[in-house]
Design a protein around this ligand. Structure first.
Ligand code: NAP
Length: 259
């Protein structure tokens, strides 16, 4: 299927590795020119070079922390008037409800709620003026069903989801489409780090921790960044124009819901 977005320009945040990289690769495969971002310059440059080489698209890079106001200004200055925005950043650390204080919540809200909101606020007017735009926010399955140890993530991402629900309907008349992608467990560094938490807490090997978590997923495996990226590219495509403010769960069936 031709997604009809060749020649568009996308800002993909937090995209040197993992799910963000999957989105960048899938958009590049459709002929979309990219602005990629991550804090670590080395991995960012390596991923950008691999995408240029493989897909022949233009890839610009911005090495900065996108969750800070300075980082957002840098990313936005490089991005200019993009057609597509994919928001993403690292997730908050796990813990117990009794561990977190105000500062922990402010940090999580900044990273996983207020950063995507600031980026949307900056880029939506340009998309609306052109009469076309696509935004995909990478959130989490924790929006549909809470994950106890990820209380900071549950809180921040649900706040973003509420914002998107209203905003997506306000910008839709201008041809701008905003949706969220909700990853369940995917085989990325983040998943390995969460396997590590299970391994330490239960005093079991990393392999046992992974097998234990895989057993909770009806698909009996972790998702891949490639399949996540393809879903993102579809939501950024011409064909997604009637999908407004939705939350697409990519979790191998792990969240036990009828709808
Ligand atoms: P990952 O494999 O750890 O990759 C994170 C990427 O984001 C890296 O490129 C990292 O590069 C970049 N990054 C992190 N913090 C950043 C920041 N402040 N500014 C700019 N770039 C930043 O993570 P992932 O698994 O792809 O997860 C992506 C998001 O989905 C996270 O929020 C995670 O919590 C959420 N999620 C993931 C899963 C899963 O199973 N993988 C499940 C549910 C939700 P640098 O470190 O160099 O900055």
């Amino acid at each position: 299927m031709d997604l009809g977005i060749a020649g568009k320009r996308a800002l993909v945040c937090a995209s040197s590795k993992g799910l963000g990289l999957g989105c960048a690769e899938a958009l590049a495969a459709e002929g979309v020119n990219l602005v990629m971002n991550a804090r670590g310059a080395e991995a960012l440059e390596a991923s950008a070079a691999a995408i240029r080489e493989r897909y022949g698209v233009t890839v610009e890079t911005v090495a900065c922390d996108v969750t800070t106001p300075e980082g957002q200004a840098e990313v936005l200055a490089k991005a200019g008037d993009v057609d597509i925005l994919v928001t993403n950043a690292g997730g908050p650390p796990p813990g117990m409800w009794s561990d977190w204080d105000r500062e922990d919540f402010i940090k999580a809200l900044d990273a996983n709620m207020l950063t995507p909101i600031a980026l949307m606020k900056a880029l939506l007017p340009g998309m609306m003026a052109k009469g076309w735009g696509r935004v995909v926010n990478i959130t989490s399955q924790s929006v549909r069903a809470p994950i106890g140890v990820l209380g900071l993530s549950n809180a921040a991402r649900t706040g973003l989801t509420g914002y998107v629900a209203g905003t997506s309907r306000q910008v839709a008349p201008h041809g701008v489409v905003i949706n969220n992608l909700l990853p369940g467990i995917h085989a990325t560094d983040r998943a390995i780090s969460l396997d590590g938490g299970v391994s330490r807490a239960q005093n079991i090997s990393m392999e046992e921790a992974k097998a234990q978590r895989e057993a909770t997923i009806p698909a009996r495996r972790y998702g891949t960044r490639e399949e996540f990226g393809k879903a993102c590219a579809f939501l950024c495509s011409q064909h997604a124009g009637f999908i407004i403010g939705q939350n697409l769960l990519l979790d191998g069936g792990a969240t036990n819901l009828t709808m």
